[in-house]
Design a protein around this ligand. Structure first.
Ligand code: NAG
Ligand code: NAG
Ligand code: NAG
Ligand code: NAG
Ligand code: NAG
Ligand code: NAG
Length: 235
């Protein structure tokens, strides 16, 4: 979410649920690997670390008092007074903070390749599982489907660098954190517009979510392999 923070607060229950799933994924992945996995993060404002700074959107957080609890007390684009869920999750693995936004890495071609090998954050505040979510309320935000497309680009880049076999190993040992879905519920309220009628909403969200994680033969679910958490397997 953006400036209006109340919808985010009212979603606390829902976010915690998503967070629990993410943490479940971490534990399984880290145990299987022995070392800290490279992390790829997808989602909304709960895990956006600056993606929206690069977008023509009203869902912005790069202004005071956001970031006030950092030692530098500067806003970063996080919808937070300091570190957010993305940072707090990867800190558990020994990282200092979330990997940078994909759109930030794109700014510098000379470091792009070495940077993507260390993880990427695709999350965009205001975005949802449905492409239309956030579009009316906030302007351009990056939906989960588009984030997965950006990941496919990165996957191609990494395969180019490491080769087929090594990159397969690389992704099998990586951790995927996904925190998204609350905006699909808030938006119809903020917009006063119904994209999907209430009785069907959960079913449509579930099938879109599943479809987005299984876009092609190199789907995220396949890349996760045996490390996939029970949360993702639920579908
Ligand atoms: C990066 O390289 C691509 C072509 O490979 C170019 O289109 C783009 O403008 C470059 N980006 C920057 C920030 O230099
Ligand atoms: C979002 O809105 C813009 C402008 O109204 C439109 O061009 C675009 O197709 C929309 N995107 C989606 C995913 O609905
Ligand atoms: C990453 O992949 C995209 C899509 O294939 C390509 O356009 C881009 O040039 C690649 N970037 C690098 C640095 O290899
Ligand atoms: C990649 O793995 C396949 C199957 O295990 C193997 O046949 C092939 O030789 C490997 N390629 C390289 C470049 O190591
Ligand atoms: C929402 O839409 C309904 C039906 O179009 C309208 O009666 C109502 O005034 C709208 N509410 C707001 C807050 O715009
Ligand atoms: C995704 O949601 C849209 C509504 O926004 C719906 O038309 C479409 O059928 C859904 N796709 C899947 C695969 O469920």
């Amino acid at each position: 979410m953006a400036g209006a923070s109340s919808p985010l607060l009212s979603s606390r229950k829902n976010s915690n649920l998503l967070l629990l799933c993410a943490i479940g994924t971490i534990l399984v992945s880290a145990l299987a690997d022995g070392g800290p996995p490279v992390v790829f993060i997808f989602g909304d404002s709960t895990v956006d670390v600056g993606t929206n700074n690069y977008l023509p959107t009203r869902a912005k957080a790069n202004f005071y008092y956001n970031g006030i609890d950092f030692s530098h007390a500067q806003p970063t684009g996080r919808f937070s007074n300091g570190y957010n869920s993305a940072d707090l999750i990867v800190k558990q693995l020994g990282y200092k903070q979330s990997p940078p936004p994909f759109l930030a890495l794109l700014q510098d071609n000379s470091t792009f390749q070495s940077n993507v090998l260390q993880g990427v954050n695709f999350a965009s505040g205001g975005a949802g599982i449905l492409d239309a979510t956030g579009n009316q309320t906030w302007g351009d935000v990056i939906s989960l489907a588009q984030q997965v497309q950006q990941f496919a680009t990165v996957q191609g880049n990494i395969t180019g660098i490491l080769g087929q076999n090594k990159s397969a190993e690389f992704f099998a040992g990586s951790l995927f954190v996904i925190s998204i879905g609350s905006n699909d519920f808030f938006d119809p309220i903020l917009d006063n517009e119904t994209i999907v009628p209430e009785p069907d909403l959960m079913a449509v969200l579930r099938s879109n979510y599943t479809a987005q994680l299984t876009v092609d033969t190199n789907s995220i679910l396949q890349l996760l392999g045996d490390n996939v958490s029970p949360c993702l397997r639920k579908h």
